[in-house]
Design a protein around this ligand. Sequence first.
Ligand code: GLV
Length: 325
Amino acid sequence: MDDLPLTGHVYVPRLLTDDAMAELGTLDRTLVVGPEEPPSRAELLRGVTGAAAVICTLTERIDAEVLDAAGPQLRVVANTAVGYDNIDVSAASSRGVVVTNTPGVLDRATADLTLGLILAAARRIAEGDRFLRHGTPWTWGPRMMVGLDLSAGATLGIIGLGRIGRAVARRARAFDMRVLATPTRAELDEDERASIEFVDLPALLRRSDVVSLHCPLTPETRHLIDREALRLMKPTALLVNTARGPVVDTDALVAALESGEIGGAALDVYEDEPHVDPRLLAFEQIVLTPHLGSAGDATRSAMCRMSVANAVEVLAGRPPLTPVS
Ligand code: GLV
């Protein structure tokens, strides 16, 4: 990036998958590509200066300062993620900059991870793994490490029945779970209408054995799961978050786990990523993963190719494939 400032270049702050990078290499534009790690704020501000397109990930905060640093030739910010809470969309729109995301291609991978987390928490898989690694003496026993049987009538409550929530519901049905969801605007098929019971949030929290979050992070969903919501949950219930960390109030979650107000949790996302609140690490009944929802090989490749394709379309003067609004 020593030759900056450039104009009209494509800025890719973090290295994308090989196939997406190869596609970018065919563009008749100067490319400015960062390493695998996220850029510092200063590097980001420098990299965007003069860019016509920014192909970023969820770790880059694209706000008015970044958009202004880019300059008036910026046409598109293509986010390599379905969630776009890292981007100030109204600041972009007011500057005539298109924002795109990667919907659809990561639903199944995220739903797979969600079921993995549900199973890991319900059947104490991660806890069992730690138990053996610590060299704990053991013999099989009828009361040993007994967990929640998903297929014995356990109820899953899905908050946010969009594309990912629906993919989770399909998988949960294969495990014979009952499925509740908060009302959705999604167009459901006949099977979904027959197999999912729609209830309001308090009823969902009260009745579910597993509560799984699949809503976007918006001002309305920030700390949706707060002290009051956790109090409504069963003392045996598990909370699963593969959406965005700030949907859950971490202080309230820690308090609920400490007091036994809920039974456990499985978290893939955190309030202040990549920082993980050390209090969470102390609980045996929590499973933690480092934001792996979409981390399948085919999925990551599809996401990266989609964000590149969005940028290519806008740079060519065509409509974006998947604009956020
Ligand atoms: C990942 O968290 C995404 O929003 O795609």
